[in-house]
Design a binder for this molecule. Structure first.
Ligand SMILES: Cc1cc2nc3c(=O)[nH]c(=O)nc-3n(C[C@H](O)[C@H](O)[C@H](O)COP(=O)(O)O)c2cc1C
Ligand code: SF4
Ligand code: SF4
Length: 290
């Protein structure tokens, strides 16, 4: 079914989950466009949005990925008619709707005119990381089981089941989240939740990627997809300079056809994860043109 409502879907995606969700929502609205957070941030012009706007992104450490947070901090949403967010996650979404509203309130200079979320949706998909910055006991040392084909198929069925309801709610411009936010203190984020957001905002440890040189073919695909341009080919070998920014998207780790990239303690070569059909070109297309 399609609906005659115009909208902009603004996305960030490391392994294709959020891209797929944005693409499918867009397909239901004739004038919808899917745009990259990174490309919008890469323009020098102020970003002013109107009409219907949806942010579609993965949960990172119970909250927003850094580029998405930065985007929401800077964007002008005063003329937006309908605002929603749809987060993809691996089973622990936290309260990211509350985080978005908190940012919107803080960045507004007019409390009465602050634009908050009308609706918030979340969809559980495959967790694309064995939790690379976590200490060993918290890492998923059997992550390859989570990404086994039967789980990927189950995830695709769940997406097929859940998305039509989300699309119908967007088309009807429901505002259940706004009502909940007004009436429930919890929707604003517990103290612990706020602490986690602050921790993730601050100096998260740099991801330590480990290259298996005997497996690496020096194809450069990890550099191609790197959303923050941290990965740099030096003398034909990929490197992850510590001084460069990392968005923790896990594109490099998951895209490597040889599984030559390990992260901290997880160096197994028993599978990597991209949403089925996602290509390196699709991920790389999110980057701003230099
Ligand atoms: C750095 C990082 C942190 C994550 N933190 C969480 C989390 O706190 N809770 C959760 O349920 N999933 C978490 N995930 C899993 C992703 O949210 C999930 O796999 C998402 O669908 C990936 O979407 P993408 O392919 O669009 O990047 C995390 C993933 C990464 C890379
Ligand atoms: S994608 Fe893999 S094989 Fe290609 S350069 Fe990077 S680490 Fe090496
Ligand atoms: S190095 Fe690049 S591709 Fe790898 S996780 Fe960081 S931002 Fe993503």
């Amino acid at each position: 079914m399609t609906y005659s409502v115009r909208m902009r879907l603004i996305t960030f995606s490391g392994t294709g989950n959020s891209l797929e969700v944005a693409r499918r929502i867009a397909a239901a609205f004739p004038d919808a466009t899917v745009e990259s957070v990174l490309q919008l941030l890469g323009t020098d012009e102020p970003i002013v949005l109107d009409g219907m706007v949806g942010f579609v992104f993965p949960i990172h450490v119970n909250g927003l990925p850094r580029p998405v947070r930065k985007f929401i901090e800077t964007v002008d949403l005063a003329n937006v008619e309908y605002l929603f967010a749809c987060a993809t996650h691996g089973g622990y979404p936290g309260n990211v709707g509350g985080q978005i509203n908190r940012i919107l309130k803080r960045s507004s200079n007019s409390p009465e005119a602050t634009r908050l979320l009308d609706e918030f949706f979340s969809i559980e998909l495959i967790n694309n990381t064995p939790k690379g910055v976590a200490p060993r006991p918290l890492m998923r040392m059997h992550w390859e089981r989570d990404i086994a084909p039967k789980h990927v198929e189950r995830m695709q069925r769940r997406l097929d089941d859940e998305l039509p309801g989300i699309i119908a709610a967007i088309a009807a411009r429901t505002h259940g989240y706004a009502d909940q936010y007004r009436s429930e203190r919890n929707a604003r984020g517990s103290l612990i939740q706020r602490f986690i957001w602050r921790l993730a905002d601050g100096s998260a440890p740099k991801l330590d990627f480990k290259l298996d040189e005997s497996a690496c073919t020096r194809c450069g695909l990890c550099e191609t997809v790197c959303l923050s341009r941290r990965v740099a080919m030096v003398n034909g070998w990929p490197t992850w300079p510590r001084e460069k920014e990392c968005y923790y998207c896990y594109a490099c780790f998951n895209v490597c056809p040889e599984q030559a990239i390990g992260v901290r303690h997880y160096t197994k070569k028993e599978g990597r994860y991209l949403f089925p059909g996602t290509t390196a070109e699709m991920l790389a297309a999110q980057k701003p043109v230099r």
